[in-house]
Design a protein around this ligand. Structure first.
Ligand SMILES: [Zn+2]
Length: 463
């Protein structure tokens, strides 16, 4: 029997230092130049699942180098702590990522690396995106974090209202750094912005609940029910928080004619004393405003935070933000190849998503699984719990419904027969828009902020 004896460490460091173990543990060192050692450690019951191909190790190493390059302050070590370990446990029912000072604990299915395809993160369900997310947390969350989340002990309730910085900035940069490190293509990044923007344009909950309020309600929204999601909002400090930081990046890049970016904010904001593992440096809202102002003094950052984060959105329209990054959102009735593949995959998983057209989604069996408030489907009286029995007089099938929505351009309506408990009713959805797939269209003459943001940084020496 082999024994391992661990050194005695402070309680906070012990709690911040997870352990994985198993017979099939594999450890892969990552190429991070002269930084403190980094490694990817994988454990699983499935011996094939722990084999990580070289190209993934190269991409993860490149993403780490790009993150350190982004954070680099001359005269300081590239990585602030003594090591960094990606601790990955793969098996049935695991799906999480938790950030720690010198590591992250990631749980996923044993297909995590097996399904990943080179240059196509979406082929693996986009799950590898958790890797750059948790790595960015080594700075944003574990080096510095909101003062309200720093607690002297483990039983005092925390104040989560600045989670739009903690998780929002991390969510913006996990996609940017994924692309800078080559884990995703620039086009995939653009597709992600398109899907985020188009889904937020039908998210009616934005009109009453601010991003900050979603942060305050974090503990209720993490385990939310499935009904009325768009009206109630979810953990918006992630997605809408990320949109705020995308806007901030665009404002800085435009305001300095490309000389500065949000990267400069990060270098200022995360240049803090390195506390022992498990003891973060705390910051306040004023610190955020001060650091942003130091990068671009001409912008009223306090007012922008009040408008975008602390106040509900006055309208669902996101075109001003998209124009700022050099794009516009349009809808067509033909999906791109990737959208068609995504639609097929989503149908395979049991969701027929027509939220962008009639405003509802359905299970493969025809049950209403989601509704957009105020949409044609909602106005026609569709509701959760109803089941579509027939489309235009023919028995239900996902293809028939999609065809009926496509034909609505001529018919001006979509006719459904639905059951609700023991009742059967006819519903005529007044709609003539056909199928709708979002497209991001480049605005000529405007700076292309999205492509500028994902361009890899020069890995040469600090200047
Ligand atoms: Zn996070």
């Amino acid at each position: 029997m082999k024994w391992t004896r661990f050194e005695t460490v402070p309680l906070a460091e012990l709690i911040d230092s997870p352990v994985i173990m198993g017979r099939r543990l594999r450890t892969y060192p990552l190429e991070v130049g002269d930084a403190a050692p980094h490694a990817l450690c994988v454990v699983s019951e499935n011996e094939k699942a722990v084999v990580v191909p070289d190209w993934i190790l190269e991409q993860v190493g490149a993403m780490c180098r790009q993150t350190m390059r982004l954070m680099r302050v001359p005269g300081k070590p590239p990585f602030p702590r003594e090591r960094f370990l990606f601790l990955v446990a793969l098996g049935d029912g695991l799906r999480f990522g938790v950030e720690h000072g010198e590591s992250t604990l990631i749980g996923s299915s044993d297909r995590f690396f097996l399904d990943a395809k080179k240059d196509d993160q979406h082929a693996g369900g986009g799950t590898l995106g958790v890797i750059p997310h948790e790595y960015f947390h080594a700075w944003c969350g574990k080096l510095a974090c909101p003062e309200g989340l720093v607690s002297a002990d483990f039983h005092t309730p925390v104040n989560p209202e600045l989670l739009w910085v903690y998780e929002g900035l991390t969510s913006y940069y996990d996609e940017v750094l994924s692309a800078r490190g080559g884990m995703t293509l620039a086009q995939e990044y653009l597709d992600g912005v398109r899907d985020t923007a188009s889904s937020y344009e039908i998210r009616t909950g934005r009109l009453w609940r601010s991003v900050e309020d979603s942060a305050r309600a974090a503990r209720h929204l993490r385990q939310r029910g499935q009904f009325w999601h768009d009206a109630r909002q979810g953990q918006e400090y992630y997605g809408q928080g990320a949109l705020f930081w995308m806007e901030a990046d665009a404002i800085i890049r435009r305001g300095t004619a490309g000389a500065k970016s949000l990267d400069d904010f990060c270098r200022v904001f995360f240049d803090v004393p390195v506390n022992p593992v498990g003891a973060q440096h705390g910051y306040t809202r004023e610190d955020v405003v001060r650091a942003l102002t130091s990068v671009l003094p001409s912008q009223d950052w306090d007012a922008l935070i009040r408008a975008r984060i602390e106040t509900p959105a006055p309208t669902l329209d996101l075109s001003p933000l998209l124009r700022l990054v050099g794009y516009d959102l349009e809808f067509t009735d033909e999906p791109t190849k990737a959208q068609a593949a995504e639609e097929k995959k989503s149908e395979g998983q049991g969701t027929i998503n027509l939220k962008q057209s009639i405003g509802a989604s359905f299970s493969k069996e025809g049950e209403v699984t989601d509704l957009v408030i105020g949409s044609p489907a909602d106005l026609a009286g569709l509701a959760w719990g109803m089941k579509v029995l027939a489309v235009g007089g023919w028995t239900w099938s996902p293809d028939r419904l999609r065809e009926a929505v496509r034909a609505s351009k001529e018919a001006g309506k979509v006719e459904l027969t639905v059951s609700f408990g023991e009742r059967v009713e006819s519903k005529a959805i007044a709609y003539s828009g056909g199928l709708r797939y979002p497209r991001l269209v480049r605005l000529e003459g405007e700076p292309d902020i999205l492509n500028e943001a994902v361009r890899p940084l020069d890995e040469g020496p600090a200047h």
